[in-house]
Design a protein around this ligand. Sequence first.
Ligand code: F6P
Length: 331
Amino acid sequence: MTGMVNNEGGVWVKTIGVLTSGGDAPGMNAAIRAVVRSGIYNKLKIMGIKQGYKGLIEGNIEEMNLSSVADIIHRGGTILRTARSEEFMTEAGRKKALNVLKIFGIDGVIVIGGDGSFRGAEKLSEDGIMTIGIPGTIDNDLGYTDYSIGFDTTVNTVLDAISKIRDTTTSHGRANIIEVMGRHCGDIALYAGLGGGAESIIVPEEEFNVDDVCRKLIQGRNRGKLHSIILLAENIINAYNLSEEIEEKTDIATRVTILGHIQRGGSPSAFDRILASRMGARAVELLLQGKSSRVVGVKGNEINDMPISQALSETKDFNKNMYELTKILSI
Ligand code: F6P
């Protein structure tokens, strides 16, 4: 660890860097704002590292002040921009990054991102840089925290899409497969499916059978139902092939909507802004206490923190009860 030891046994950090890495998520700006404002409040110098670890290697770094983060709490995306850096995964890339941190006098780095970004932070801490991770990903795929920043906004975006698609689906008496993101986690499909009243939810955590989906569609049609929404998490089955199979087996016209990157944009929800503000402030607090290689999370409504290694080893629990409930409520 760099920095001088203070009288409480912690470490004096004077200059901290903040970066966003991996896929962006609504609420990242609110987290950056919280880091910058609470850092300055605590007399720290804050450096904004642009484009994640890529910008760190390239020295794309600028000092931030109170007004650097004015008017951003409600904005989607990330003012620091983001990237997925292959180079940082290599020893040589990290060596460059360490040199840059030394040149800019940065003692600690706050990394806002997902599991890949946290692995990068862990590596930096092994090389003597104090690091704290803040979960920012729409996927909600981190096992150690109930929620990551961005997930709630994305679920709301999907709900809005479901409502619109349902209108036209009803008018035509069709089915519609809506494919959502999540990488290998079914939370977006699960939460939006329950909140949006989907007839079927297909997630990576649960086996699925096309005939079960078809039976539901046929039963629905037989009792006069005019629409069916099938919420499909990405990376399971090709949505267009699924729609063909459903049409063949049910004779119900089935359309496909792949929501794509619309799910990553937009103004963050109240939940995400508040979560990001609380997590950003806690990350700064941890550095001030001399803590490193930790991540911030939320359990219940309490902000907590734990070692990065422990957080990454926690497997994500799929909420089976919620999944069963979606089935009961869509009979
Ligand atoms: O991790 C966030 C995420 O949006 C995933 O849900 C999705 O699989 C992936 O990123 C898409 O990545 P990209 O923006 O690089 O296409």
